[in-house]
Ligand binder design. Structure first.
Ligand SMILES: *Cc1c(COP(=O)(O)O)cnc(C)c1O
Length: 388
């Protein structure tokens, strides 16, 4: 284990916290009942556990437990939100607004709806990765049924101005969906104060298990209609059929509970680690920070590096750290990510990029090792390049 690279890819996934695993274990063998079984204790205890997670998730975002619909993750929640709204409201209008830097789990369902005749407006972002609120307001039309803007970006970590977006949508009677896969447990979220109608969540980015997520669906002021995308036994008030995955749901609840309890302290700690990493890396020439400098997730640092090949940098870092890297290079093997492309700085697109995703189990010592290794690798690659 100790010889494995330092894990700094927490936007891709996170390990399950041991406290989460301990909470899950009884629900595999002992308390294995189907939460839908209403005639015996096996069903009751499973249902009680599911209810508890519903309450934890609802409290985390200031919703009610009845507004939580369990899904297999944020991909499914996004699909259910986007396609479910399109199908339920197509008679009101067939126009949807989203953003160029959204996750593919929002962009691809929108692309699919386009093939069915819906009109999709994809808003650009500014150089800092944030949307222009005036542009959003201008894009809204009487036939707009949905605005989908993510809470926190999975590549550059930027936090979109949710409350302002929510107000723009509410004023125009447009449903507002946000993909909060990267945000749940990490920043304060309030669906009432922010006028959010639908919110996608997932457990595995916040030290919970993979394969479980949820969609918050507003039930009052206004009541949101949603066409189910999976039909079956009518679970989750008909919005998502299928036997609930009790152990994963228990883990999801425990993960969010822990993240909320530790949020303030952890945000401060991660901010310090990120600042330390940036301070060291930015000593080098030709290092550019991608995304808004402060309006971002505490654990995210995304940089572009001038004068090195993306694939070579990735290869050089691999033995020491597990990061997401690559992006453009002269060899044209890897294309720049569409998120970085959307930032519109054409010069940086020629650079290599690295996304550091710092998390709960990273230490200050690890960050120093990573900084030193990254600096040495970049310097060595630049030297080699200047020799050819
Ligand atoms: C990880 C992620 C998803 C996909 O979530 P899954 O639970 O893995 O399906 C969607 N959106 C964002 C922003 C993500 O970071």
């Amino acid at each position: 284990m100790s010889n494995r690279p330092i894990y700094l890819d927490c936007h891709a996934t996170t390990p399950v916290d041991e406290r989460v695993l301990v909470a899950m274990l009884p629900y595999f063998i002992e308390k294995f009942g189907n939460p839908a079984s209403i005639n015996h204790v096996y069903g009751w205890e499973a249902e009680a556990a599911v209810k508890q997670t519903r309450e934890i998730l609802a409290a985390a975002i200031n919703a009610t437990p009845e507004e939580i619909v369990f899904t297999s993750g944020a991909t499914e929640a996004n699909n259910l939100a986007v396609k479910g709204i399109a199908e339920a409201y197509f008679q009101k209008g067939q126009h949807i607004i989203t953003v160029a830097t959204e996750h593919k789990a929002v962009l691809d369902p929108c692309e699919y709806l386009k093939s069915l005749g819906f009109e999709i407006t994809i808003l650009p972002v500014q150089q800092d990765g944030l949307i222009d609120l005036n542009e959003l307001a201008t894009a809204c039309r009487p036939e707009t049924i949905l605005v989908s803007v993510m809470t926190a970006n999975n590549e550059i970590g930027v936090l979109q101005p949710l409350a302002d977006i929510g107000q723009i949508c509410r004023d125009r009677n447009i449903i507002f969906h946000t993909d909060a896969a990267q945000a749940i447990g990490k920043i304060p979220l309030d669906v009432q104060a922010m006028n959010i109608d639908l919110m996608s969540l997932t457990a595995h980015k916040v030290y919970g298990p993979k394969g479980i997520g949820a969609l918050y669906v507003r039930r009052r002021n206004p009541r949101v209609q949603l066409a189910p995308q999976q039909h079956g036994g009518g679970h989750e008030r008909g919005m998502r059929s299928g036997t609930l995955y009790t152990p994963q749901i228990v883990g999801f609840g425990k993960a969010v509970e822990l993240a909320l309890a530790e949020q303030a302290a952890e945000t401060a700690r991660l901010t310090q680690l990120r600042e330390s990493l940036w301070l060291q890396l930015s000593q080098l020439e030709g290092i550019h920070l991608n995304g808004h400098p402060t309006q971002r997730l505490a654990g995210n640092l995304n940089i572009s590096v001038a004068g090195v090949d993306g694939a070579a940098l990735s290869l050089g870092l691999q033995p020491v750290m597990a990061v997401s890297s690559g992006s453009a290079c002269s060899s044209a093997v890897t294309a720049p990510s569409y998120v970085l492309t959307a930032l519109g700085n054409s010069e940086q697109l020629a650079y290599a990029s690295v996304r550091f995703g710092i998390g709960r189990f990273n230490t200050a010592e690890e960050i120093d090792i990573v900084a030193k290794c990254a600096i040495a690798t970049i310097q060595s690659l630049r030297k080699q390049k200047s020799l050819v």
